[in-house]
Write a new protein. Structure first.
Length: 73
């Protein structure tokens, strides 16, 4: 399974990043509905299905919020 994080949206593509900071462009039509920047995606190696990993997404967002709070206090 490959894990990517949505960095940004450009036109009809989601620009995603893996843990080695390699970038991938995925057509938005291939993504689950209601995806947002910062969502963590799991891509199944067998069939290529893409799903949102809610647990990892929340962990990342929580970590980022803590860092922002620390920086802006």
């Amino acid at each position: 399974m490959k894990t990517l994080t949505i960095d940004r949206f450009e036109a009809t593509y989601a620009i995603c990043e893996d843990k080695e900071q390699k970038l991938f462009a995925i057509n938005i039509s291939e993504l689950p509905k209601n995806v947002h920047e910062g969502d963590v995606l799991d891509i199944n190696d067998n069939d290529g299905t893409i799903s949102i990993n809610s647990e990892l997404t929340e962990k990342k967002r929580s970590k980022n919020r803590k860092l922002q709070n620390k920086l802006f206090k």
